[in-house]
Design a protein around this ligand. Structure first.
Ligand code: ADP
Length: 314
């Protein structure tokens, strides 16, 4: 069980959930992190972030959660620093905590409590009380589409509903910075889709950082993208800029079913679909995999694979 209660007591009545004050800036400068007796989990990360949704993409083990924990002031960088509106958060963590909502990867709930009780409890932990707390709980439940489930026990919730409760608790203090770590793990496709819409709706003037290894989690919502691998930043820019990089490296290639295994062994394949007379492959490669392959317009998934593949190339 991991009940998160990070925000310093705040008492701001009548603050609508989606109307956070304009966020200034989150600056990550040369951040490195090493777990005891391990190689570096972060090997020097630099980012400058403003309002919008940052999709933080990377394969498992890339260092995303480690970075999220540092940004959420739960861990300190081994070197480098994080500045929130110019203030070093290692020195003054409360400056950021007052503006922070965090949904960690291993968010746990008390199954015997109702959603309303659970949020009221966390509101109290965060320093909200009385009518103000009740109003915030109601607003946050409404914001995540759970008003009708306020009196139901969390033990009876689906995974997607539980994640929405996780977002609701992160919104209690009307955060300017919302950090969401791998939120769609274990969700079914419909819940996953709903969760993506929720993130888009919540963006507004705040900065949302959403880490995931699934490109489609951030495809619709991300205004900025950072791609990590092995503790390093491979890309920092807009989704459109990443797609541009794969412009001449995406191909459609129809092969016979018997050729699919060979094609998979020889190339990076982003998608495959059965078509009359064979299988249509999307191949990510600098050169056409075959004379009968045709150039295709890359999407974000193609571009992400291209980035990882070019990184892996000797
Ligand atoms: P991601 O979130 O992208 O999957 P993590 O930040 O969890 O990546 O992990 C980055 C690296 O740090 C991995 O090599 C992982 O094995 C290592 N790591 C993560 N947590 C710990 C820990 N508590 N102790 C030691 N090593 C860890």
């Amino acid at each position: 069980m991991n009940v998160v209660a990070l925000a310093r007591p705040t008492a701001r009545p009548e603050q609508p959930v989606t109307a956070a004050a304009p966020v200034a800036e989150l600056l990550v400068e040369g951040v490195r992190y090493r777990y005891p007796n391990k190689s570096e989990a972060l090997a020097g990360i630099d980012l400058r972030l403003g309002p919008g949704v940052l999709g933080l993409l990377g394969p498992n083990g890339a260092g995303k959660s480690t970075l999220m924990r540092i940004l959420a002031t739960l861990a300190r960088p081994s070197s480098g620093r994080v500045l929130w509106n110019g203030v070093d958060v290692a020195r003054e963590p409360n400056a950021l905590r007052a503006s922070l909502g965090y949904l960690p990867q291993d968010f746990g709930v008390y199954p015997a409590l109702t959603a309303g009780e659970f949020l009221a409890y966390l509101a109290a932990v965060k320093g909200l009380s009385g009518a103000n707390a009740s109003a915030r709980v109601e607003r946050c439940l409404a914001e995540v589409g759970l008003s009708d489930a306020a009196d139901r026990r969390l033990g009876d919730f689906s995974g997607g509903m539980r994640q929405r409760v996780g977002i609701a608790q992160a919104l209690l203090n009307d955060p300017q910075l919302l950090i969401v770590d791998e939120p769609t793990v274990g969700l079914d496709p419909e819940e996953r889709q709903r969760f993506r819409h929720l993130i888009t709706d919540l963006a507004g003037a705040r900065l949302i950082i959403l880490s995931t290894h699934i490109v489609s989690d951030v495809e619709a919502s991300a205004t900025a993208l950072a791609v990590m691998d092995k503790g390093r930043l491979l890309f920092d820019g807009t989704p459109g800029e990443l797609i541009e990089r794969a412009r001449h490296c995406t191909w459609e290639w129809r092969v016979a079913e018997s050729e699919v295994a060979g094609a998979r062994a020889a190339h990076t394949i982003s998608q495959s679909a059965r078509v009359p007379g064979g299988v249509l492959l999307r191949v990510i490669a600098a050169r056409a995999p075959s004379a009968d392959a045709t150039p295709a317009n890359p999407d974000l998934e193609d571009a992400y694979l291209w980035l990882l593949a070019s990184r892996a190339a000797p």
